[in-house]
Design a protein around this ligand. Structure first.
Ligand code: MG
Length: 201
């Protein structure tokens, strides 16, 4: 399986990064080795001094598809979850300055937190989500604030790569990203349901 991530998909986050609003979805991948094993803590890696959390809605692909039209995209996912796109911000800055791909900043081991709980999309009216750090809300968003909707993302991504069953789409993060340190605890919520909890070690 692959993890497809969308960058700068919320206007307020693009602004906080000092970036322009994209005209097309910005895509990058994380390998399956990036997934943090269930209920494991996140161990700060030694190659970065600035690991940031980014909470994101995660869509699970349930059907193989290629060049999917937007109007049919809904048939390719039924469940929505929540995760963290951990980012080595210092390495990413460096890569961006040099115009290099930013994989080392985004695709390292444990960089993809995927909550165990997935929710049937049809059971959710609006999709509000939030992240708490040490019991304080640090990020919140709603699916309808995405610059590119999940249906547009599926249509766009599937022009370039075949979507397979079990692939995950990290759909971008709202504003409020920030650093973690040893001892922090992150909790993710969709509406009032806790979807994941991660300790930083
Ligand atoms: Mg992200």
């Amino acid at each position: 399986m692959k993890i497809i991530c969308i960058g700068r998909n919320y206007e307020d986050h693009a602004k906080e990064m000092g970036s322009v609003i994209p005209k097309f979805p910005i895509i990058f991948l994380k390998p399956d080795s990036a997934i943090l094993p269930k209920r494991n803590p996140f161990y700060l890696p030694d190659f970065s001094k600035e690991i940031h959390y980014e909470v994101e809605l995660v869509y699970k692909i349930n059907k193989v598809g290629k060049s999917i039209e937007k109007k049919f995209a809904k048939n390719y996912y039924h469940e929505i979850g929540l995760g963290i796109d951990f980012t080595a911000r210092d390495l990413q800055k460096n890569c961006k300055e040099k115009g290099h791909p930013w994989e080392i900043a985004k695709s390292f081991d444990q960089s993809a937190v995927v909550g165990e709980k997935f929710i049937d999309v049809n059971s959710l009216g609006s999709v509000n989500f939030s992240l708490q750090k040490n019991n304080k809300v640090v990020q919140k968003g709603n699916a309808n604030q995405m610059i590119f909707s999940i249906d547009e993302i599926i249509s766009y991504v599937s022009k370039f790569m075949t979507l397979k069953i079990g692939d995950l789409i990290f759909s971008g993060t709202p504003s409020g990203v920030g650093p973690v340190k040893i001892g922090d605890e992150l909790k993710g919520f969709i509406e009032n349901q806790e979807i994941f909890k991660v300790k930083i070690k």
